[in-house]
Design a protein. Structure first.
Length: 400
């Protein structure tokens, strides 16, 4: 049994107390005055002011840039098994209340701090649950978490994909494999908005599929029905399938991964669009330049690149990269064409991204109208006290 009793205290610098009181769930290393007690990574600690006033309770990892992840501001709440079960149950009930479980069999069940479960991501794919564990505290809860998810969701299996960079920064070794029940097949078939997709939870990006784009895919569908559509950074081609359903005659999937492109072709085929997609295994920056030089034109373009800015230091280069690809896309669109463009860099705000589009439009000498602003799906809710939980932003642009 993990009792969840505090083993020490973390004293906050006086000038940093307001952030805790405003319920920001991360306590950065620069905010810590000292740590009292013999605490180990993953222990529960109380967060207190310089004069000893209790402020919050969370999980500690002195080796991390975020040494405390706060889990409660209620002094009587213990971070024990009952706490974990209640949080998981609340997350499940929220998804049911939003109607997500009736719309699709692939969704995010737990979105870390936004579900008040720091250190855990849980995604559901049909009859399987995939977890990502990225803090020492949640590493201790691994077996209990798997048991609770089995009891709550009744999946065929609970699978772990703890192999991403955040885990490494927390000094944890990567791990991939089944935890409970059956191992998932090489491809899991899921359904969203009446379309089917094959998901590789063993090796795919994130936990296998871009669940955060689910609602953007259907919202963008109306704009992607032109004769010729370019789906850049296509991964497994989900936007392409929506475009084909909308009436697009031909879609080019552009990606650097041959494996992802093969799966994109399968996804088109299982939805009845075999032969309607063209796969191009190329670097998007280079190929868009080649298209520009060759005078190619498209009715619609989707840009969904990987994260360009993992840290603040990389933001200037990221902004240049975003401007470059959006400028190229604007030049490749026919007058009246649509650009559906995204940034998943949490360090790049929506305002910064919009400024990039403004500058790209000027340089492209095109008139650009913003028709819609897009964000992450409802199963990735944005916690108001935690702006870092908002990372995906997008725009539907009308280019003339």
């Amino acid at each position: 049994m993990l009792k969840g009793e505090p083993t020490g205290k973390v004293v906050v610098k006086p000038e940093r107390e307001d952030a805790v009181k405003r319920r920001h769930p991360w306590l950065f290393s620069g905010s810590v005055a000292k740590i009292e007690g013999k605490v180990q990574p993953g222990d529960v600690v109380d967060v207190v002011s310089q004069n000893g006033t209790w402020l919050a309770r969370g999980f500690v990892n002195p080796q991390s840039e975020v040494p405390v992840r706060i889990a409660t501001w209620e002094p009587d709440e213990r971070l024990n098994e009952e706490w974990l079960w209640n949080r998981l149950q609340q997350a499940w009930e929220k998804r049911k209340q939003l109607g997500i479980v009736d719309e699709t069999d692939a969704f995010r069940l737990v979105y870390a701090e936004s579900d008040f479960l720091p250190g855990i991501i849980v995604d559901c794919y049909a009859e399987f649950v995939v977890v990502q564990i990225y803090t020492p505290a949640m590493e201790r809860w691994r077996e209990t978490l798997a048991d609770f998810l089995t009891e709550l969701i009744r999946p065929k299996g609970v699978f772990e994909r703890s192999d991403f960079d955040t885990r490494l920064r927390e000094k944890l070794v990567p791990r991939v494999g089944p935890i409970r029940g059956d191992a998932p097949p090489e491809r899991i078939l899921i359904t969203e908005h009446g379309l089917k997709f094959l998901v590789d939870v063993w090796r795919g990006h994130k936990t296998g599929f871009y669940l955060d784009q689910r609602e953007n895919r259907v919202r963008s569908e109306h704009y992607l029905k032109g004769e010729r559509v370019l789906n850049a950074f296509s991964y497994t081609g989900s936007f392409a399938v929506y475009a084909l359903r909308a009436g697009a005659k031909q879609v080019i999937n552009l990606d650097t991964s041959s494996e992802a492109l093969r799966l994109a072709e399968e996804n088109a085929a299982i939805n009845g669009f075999a032969g309607s997609v063209q796969s191009m295994e190329e670097n998007a920056f280079q190929l868009l330049r080649q298209f520009r030089d060759a005078g190619e034109q498209f009715d619609a373009i989707v840009l969904d690149p990987p994260r360009f800015a993992p840290t603040k230091a990389t933001v200037p280069n990221a902004l240049r990269g975003y401007k470059d690809i959006n400028l190229l896309a604007m030049k490749l669109l026919k007058p009246g064409g649509f650009l559906v463009t995204f940034s998943c860099s949490g360090m790049v705000s929506a305002e910064m991204f919009q400024q990039v589009l403004f500058e790209a439009a000027l340089d492209a000498k095109r008139e650009v109208l913003i028709l819609e602003r897009l964000t992450q799906s409802r199963d990735h809710p944005i916690l108001t006290t935690f702006p870092e939980s908002e990372y995906l932003k997008g725009f539907v642009c009308w280019v003339w």
